[in-house]
Design a protein around this ligand. Structure first.
Ligand code: BES
Ligand code: MN
Ligand code: ZN
Length: 495
């Protein structure tokens, strides 16, 4: 998809389709009013007939637009004018693009950002448009054997802003939005792949591919012997039960001089989580193919950043393995020694995410990072606490926590702050090792974060628990691409 920005009025541009907004109670947006005047009052007539109510996300095609240079027009509902803002704007863009993609329209101009959108400037209006438009066109690369529907003809979207002074910001927004979308699509694709395809070895090959696609990315993959040499006993304890070789994937993005400390992103890459010897119950176990959602978001963020090219350095670190039961698998009660030297009593082999992340966090020290953010589908408890709306945000640094939560708000990819304090860490006490890997039923998302914090210590560290946000269940089952928008928004602000 190509994106462009313009500041033309709705009655002047030649296009396959002019997309204009209508509020509830028959209120026309500036662009709709311009088009209405040029077409001899056609739009007002249609609305008066009762064909369109302006409800948020509603669409009404007008397949011929006599008197105007547009071949067609599409009316899109913006909801009540008083409640207009980011959400109805995005919904309108998505609804419009979904309709356009089903028709023969090759190019369209979106006039939805010419009225003021509360709390959204031209940069974000354009960025959201690029993101929402691309997301509306996303198809899961499924393995169904039937004939695939033909790809949409729509290949070019132009976003019209209200004045010339906003054009540069809008162009930047479109570029960033397209980059963020490419990252989200990559994250979704990786998440949606079945675990018999998306193995640690497969993830490693995709990381090498990313380095081939982007000059600014360098990838290194450490195999089991090297992981052993690094003494990652905690990571290795998780992979014991599987036939699939583990991988430690390291992707470095260089956007500025080598002496600038990088930001480290650490992503949980469990390509399938059966629970191990502490085997999970059957229902919905298939969804544990998404347990590499943290890793997928690191891939997505790296791809987006490489497409956009900010002057920062970023290192993505992904411990990738399967968590499976077998005669060789780690057993409840086993004690393992992490790369940091701390010993861990594995009371539940299903609390494996923290076991691979702790060694990856220790490994990140090698890069002397400015900040370390780990991203993980870590706990069912986080889903109970926050549902699917917000990721859990944990940190040992208030400024970092605030920056990340602000980025999430701007990117429409929220994360809500949760505590990480010593009271909770008490729950991880073990009689036999430095700590246990579980802390009981209460505050499960918090004790998991506390466990990780013991390895972050003096690092500026944050942890995003994305167990509730990385994928959807039910009829719309599939990866969401979250929290790529949050991560990229934050990273762009670090340049
Ligand atoms: N990958 C799961 C967390 C998870 C569960 C994510 C459900 C999304 C939906 C993680 O490895 C896990 O199994 N966590 C356990 C921890 C417990 C044993 C302390 C959990 O949340 O039940
Ligand atoms: Mn688990
Ligand atoms: Zn897991």
């Amino acid at each position: 998809m190509q994106f462009h920005a313009t500041r033309a009025a709705a009655d002047s541009l030649k296009t396959g389709c002019a997309v204009v907004g209508i509020y509830e109670k028959n209120e026309l947006s500036t662009a709709a009013a311009a088009l209405d005047a040029k077409s001899g009052g056609l739009i007002r007539r249609l609305i008066k007939r009762g064909d369109f109510s302006g409800k948020s996300g509603e669409v009404l095609p007008i397949t011929e637009m006599p008197g105007t240079p547009a071949e067609r027009a599409l009316l899109v509902g913006l909801g009540s004018r008083a409640a207009f803002g980011r959400k109805p704007y995005r919904r309108a863009v998505a609804a419009a693009v979904q309709w356009l993609a089903k028709t023969g329209t090759r190019d369209a101009v979106l006039y939805l950002a010419q009225d003021d959108i509360p709390e959204v400037d031209a940069y974000y209006a354009a960025r959201y448009a690029a993101e929402s438009a691309s997301a509306a066109l996303y198809r899961i690369p499924d393995l169904k054997s039937g004939k695939k529907p033909p790809p949409p003809k729509l290949g070019k979207i132009t976003v019209a802003v209200a004045d010339r002074g906003e054009l540069a910001a809008a162009r930047r927004g479109l570029e960033h939005g397209a980059g963020i979308w490419a990252g989200m699509a990559l994250a979704r694709d990786l998440g949606n792949l079945p675990a018999n395809v998306c193995t640690p070895t497969y993830l490693a090959s995709r990381a090498r591919q990313l380095a081939r696609d982007h000059k600014a990315i360098r990838t290194r993959v450490l195999d089991e012997p090297e992981i052993k040499r690094l003494k990652m006993g905690s990571f290795l304890s998780v992979t014991r039960g599987t036939e699939q070789p583990p991988k430690l994937i390291v992707m470095e993005y260089r956007g500025t001089k080598a002496s600038t400390a990088p930001i480290a992103l650490v992503g949980k890459g469990i390509t399938f989580d059966s629970g191990g010897i502490s085997l999970k119950p059957g229902p919905a176990m298939d969804e544990m193919k998404y347990d590499m959602g943290g890793a997928a978001s690191v891939f997505g963020a790296m791809a987006a950043i490489a497409a956009i090219g900010p002057r920062i350095n970023v290192v993505g670190i992904i411990p990738a393995c399967e968590n499976m039961p077998s005669g060789r698998a780690t057993k409840p009660g086993d004690i393992v020694t992490s790369m940091s030297g701390k010993t861990i009593e594995v009371l539940n082999t299903d609390a494996e995410g923290r076991l691979i992340l702790c060694d990856a966090i220790t490994y990140s020290r090698k890069f002397k990072p400015r900040a370390v953010v780990d991203i993980a589908t870590l706990t069912g408890a986080c889903v109970i606490a926050l549902g699917a709306h917000y990721s859990g945000l944990f940190s040992n640094d208030d400024a970092l926590s605030q920056d990340l939560s602000a980025a999430g708000r701007r990117a429409d990819d929220g994360a809500w702050p949760m505590p990480v304090t010593e009271e909770y860490a008490e729950q991880l006490k073990s009689n036999f090792a430095d700590m246990a890997n579980i802390g009981g039923r209460e505050a499960g998302a918090v004790t998991a974060a506390c466990f990780l914090s013991k390895f972050a210590e003096d690092l500026k560290w944050a942890h995003l628990d994305i167990a509730g946000t990385a994928w959807l269940s039910g009829a719309r089952k599939g990866g969401t691409g979250r929290p790529v928008p949050l991560l990229v928004d934050w990273l762009l602000g670090q340049a």
